[in-house]
Design a protein around this ligand. Structure first.
Ligand SMILES: [Zn+2]
Length: 205
């Protein structure tokens, strides 16, 4: 349970799973148990996201194959959005598709112009099982689409084509990450150090 007012303050920073980890490529399972373990997971996810300097984190990025993500993310008007969604579904996307810089804590140090809808709506539930609808525009809409991709076993790199995709994959290989590799997880401290390289201007999910 949360003991402080700041999300993640009672959480434990967990090792970040990196590109090549099989858990990042598999769809996550629906949460069915709304218990203390789930509350602890959300706390740990906030702690891990803040430690890595990210704006969003999906549970499979710390090796837990459940449909949960957390966020603390600004939109294009600099409004802050903070929360978590359990069993999220991306129910609507709208507006123009905008190519903007995007990075990922599981692909540290790399970013690429990635096309995303300018508006997104996610439905799901909170820790207590109560329904929630999260609407995002601009950069926050990008974050919502990015985290939903993770829970379906996807990465933002999947949205890249042509030269952008080749460049990003080449940079990942140079950084020691392997898209086709086996387990490439690393200690949290190493991941945090690597994440200091600019990704979305320190804004990665
Ligand atoms: Zn990510």
């Amino acid at each position: 349970m949360r003991r402080g007012t700041i999300p993640g303050s009672s959480g434990r920073v967990r090792p970040m799973r990196l590109l090549g980890d099989r858990g990042l490529a598999a769809p996550c399972e629906e949460v069915t148990a709304f218990d203390d373990d789930l509350a602890r997971l959300v706390e740990d996810m906030f702690a891990t996201m803040y430690e890595a300097g990210g704006v969003g984190l999906a549970a499979n990025q710390i090796g837990v194959p459940l449909r949960v993500f957390v966020y603390d993310c600004p939109d294009d008007e600099d409004r802050r959005h903070l929360g978590h969604v359990v069993n999220p579904r991306l129910v609507a996307t709208d507006g123009p598709v905008i190519r903007g810089p995007e990075g990922c804590l599981s692909v540290p140090g790399i970013e690429a112009g990635t096309p995303r809808f300018d508006e997104a709506v996610v439905e799901g539930v909170r820790l207590d099982g109560s329904p929630v609808t999260v609407r995002g525009t601009g950069f926050f809409a990008r974050c919502l689409q990015h985290e939903c991709d993770h829970l379906d076993g996807g990465l933002y790199l999947d949205h890249l084509t042509g030269l952008r995709r080749r460049r990003a994959l080449r940079a990942a290989r140079r950084a020691g990450l392997s898209p086709a590799g086996a387990v490439a997880s690393t200690a949290g401290t190493e991941a945090a150090a690597a994440a200091e390289a600019p990704a979305m201007g320190g804004r990665a999910g």
